[in-house]
Design a binder for this molecule. Structure first.
Ligand SMILES: [Ca+2]
Length: 279
């Protein structure tokens, strides 16, 4: 069934076509994350076949591709994504600015198909996170955090898999490395995010007696996330980007990004060959 976001996207394209502008723009499912005037910013229009992710474009360009908006087609869905090419061809799946005007307190269906602006703060969509990370090979996740003094930290999980909607987009993470704290698989706050299902304000899959996505800090709810009971990290709370000791209400962070990329790691068993409980 077509989600509300996809339907709105298709409607938006139809209206643009009626007023004589972008009839030729490919039918991307998440065009609702772009303003009409931003369609012309998409850098790889006019293709017959589309790359599966930003990394494929980066590789084909031998590392010369520009940062920006590109059409990609992971597992059948044609979507637009922001590609962080200068960092090595990462597909951005989340970006938030503290006190963002984009509301992250959203429903299951909104997290499913994405919201916000691809050129600014956004959530790409759980369906696309699933499609990207479940492609052949392995995918890794990078979290990038920038604090109020412009000090940047990163952390990577290799591999990453976001399962499908039938298992509530459960998060599966592998080994961590980076300059940031491992806030998703380490339990220093007594909360584990690895292996958790996704929870939104209208769908409670967490391990707390209430719904973690509804709990407010200074009047702002937590937003959708892979909550435990509740969080040692949460990048979707609009007023405090939270990542254990790296980003919190005492040590404010200004920006966060989540991005995924095909892993260069080729040794070891493929993701599909490993029992899920061991990931
Ligand atoms: Ca609960």
């Amino acid at each position: 069934m077509m989600g509300v976001g996809s339907w709105l996207g298709a409607l938006q394209l139809s209206v643009l076509c009626l007023i004589g502008t972008r009839c030729d723009f490919p039918p991307a499912k998440n065009v609702h994350l772009l303003q009409p005037e931003e369609l012309k910013l998409v850098l790889n229009q006019g293709l017959q076949e589309f790359p599966r992710d930003c990394h494929e474009i980066w590789q084909a360009s031998e590392g010369q591709a520009w940062d920006g908006l590109y059409l990609i087609q992971p597992a059948g869905s044609l979507i637009v994504a922001y590609c962080a090419m200068q960092e090595g061809g990462w597909t951005v799946v989340q970006h938030i600015t503290v006190n963002s005007t984009v509301n992250f307190d959203r429903t299951w269906d909104e997290y499913k198909v994405g919201f916000g602006s691809l050129t600014g703060d956004h959530w790409l969509g759980n369906d696309y996170l699933h499609e990207l990370t479940s492609q052949p090979g392995r995918y890794k996740l990078r979290v990038k955090l920038v604090d109020k003094d412009a000090v940047s930290k990163t952390g990577e999980y290799d591999p990453v898999l976001v399962e499908g909607e039938e298992t509530q987009y459960r998060l599966r993470l592998g080994l961590f490395q980076g300059t940031a704290v491992d806030a998703l698989t380490q339990d220093t706050e007594n909360y584990l995010h690895d292996n958790q299902k996704f929870t939104t304000k209208d769908r409670d899959n967490d391990n707390y007696f209430q719904n973690c996505a509804k709990l407010e800090f200074q009047g702002v709810p937590g937003g959708g996330w892979w909550y435990d009971a509740c969080a040692g990290a949460n990048l979707n709370r609009r007023n405090v980007i939270y990542w254990q000791k790296d980003c919190n209400k005492e040590h404010l962070c200004k920006y966060a990004w989540m991005m995924v990329k095909h892993s260069d790691f080729t040794k070891g068993p493929p993701l599909g060959g490993c029992p899920k409980d061991e990931l």
